[in-house]
Design a binder for this molecule. Structure first.
Ligand SMILES: [Zn+2]
Length: 324
């Protein structure tokens, strides 16, 4: 498992296992307005500007080429073949398990533990997107090594990079709240979307993530602002947070060092998500249903995000047949 797929295995996957039924509806809708990109030899997607009229022509291509990787644009164009006349683009949160800064597993690539952690993180992001921002056209895709949250609400689809970046910082918990760490109800921030405006509790988002990070620290993370002595004390006193005793925790850490800790964690939160992907209006992303050949896993839409287990659901048949 997690090893590279051979050309023979790729062919087997696209000829015997892949089906047009595996393409999610949100991908099939307006398919011909999207740009496709392919990586045929594992060196990156250099076969770009491809367009398909429908699922059957895509099927033919995939069966014939069995690409190393297949991608589709987040953008919709009137002229996708030239990437011209941009109309709108999905809004994306990309969480790769191997890039999570605080990982309890300490593995080199990805494993069951960090994939599980990535799912916890995307679930909390989706909760915030839905509950605080009122977005509801949200699709979760397992990418093969992590997750893509793909948002198709019109308010976000037609927005530019600036709003995307603002929303990212909010949802990720990328800024230390100005005041009132301990009272989630007091410090509120509100967003002005073109079509709706909802006051939301940023402090709670930040505090929840702060707690999550502190509880997942292993102790050997290298974070600016956190020296070895502070790291030791955070781990020593984090038991206070089991009962949300932030007052005791802050007292034992000390106010100045507590400030250092919150600033470090704001940066950790931002680096958990690939911000470049979120603000990019023309990005291509792995096609759901396609094969992630580097790790021999299926990229696929997640139907039930509470119970999804990639090691059960995203393993192609040829991996089982390897009999490792
Ligand atoms: Zn891991």
């Amino acid at each position: 498992m997690f090893s590279k797929a051979t050309l023979k295995e790729r062919r087997q996957y696209y000829r015997e296992e892949w089906s047009t039924k595996d393409l999610p509806d949100f991908i099939l809708k307006d398919l011909k307005k999207r740009e496709f990109g392919f990586d045929h030899n594992g060196k990156g997607p250099n076969d770009r500007y491809k367009v398909f009229r429908g699922r059957e022509s895509l099927k033919k291509f995939l069966r014939y080429k069995a690409p190393f990787a297949a991608y589709i644009s987040v953008a919709f164009y009137n002229n996708p073949r030239r990437r011209e006349d941009w109309q709108k683009a999905e809004y994306i949160f990309d969480v790769d398990a191997k890039d999570i800064p605080i990982r309890t597993c300490q593995c080199d690539g990805v494993c069951e533990v960090c994939l599980g952690q990535a799912l916890e993180i995307v679930n909390s992001l989706i909760d915030t997107l839905q509950d605080d921002l009122g977005l509801n056209n949200i699709h979760l895709v397992y990418s093969g090594r992590g997750y893509h949250i793909r948002i198709l609400d019109e308010e976000m689809m037609t927005s530019g990079s600036e709003l995307r970046s603002e929303v990212l910082k909010y949802v990720a918990g990328a800024e230390v709240p100005k005041s009132n760490f301990f009272n989630p109800d007091i410090s509120n921030k509100s967003f002005n979307f073109e079509h709706f405006s909802i006051p939301v509790g940023y402090s709670k988002i930040f505090t929840d993530k702060l707690k999550y990070n502190i509880q997942h620290l292993v102790g050997n993370e290298e974070l600016d602002e956190i020296n070895p002595k502070l790291m030791k004390d955070i781990i020593k006193y984090r038991h206070h947070l089991d009962n949300d005793n932030w007052g005791y925790f802050k007292r034992d850490i000390g106010p100045r060092r507590y400030k250092n800790l919150t600033e470090a964690m704001a940066r950790v939160n931002l680096s958990t998500i690939d911000a470049k992907v979120s603000i990019d209006l023309k990005r291509i992303l792995r096609l759901p249903s396609s094969l992630h050949s580097k790790v021999s896993m299926k990229c696929m839409e997640v139907k039930n995000r509470e119970t999804f287990d990639p090691l059960q659901e995203a393993v192609p048949k040829f991996v089982e047949e390897r009999g490792e």
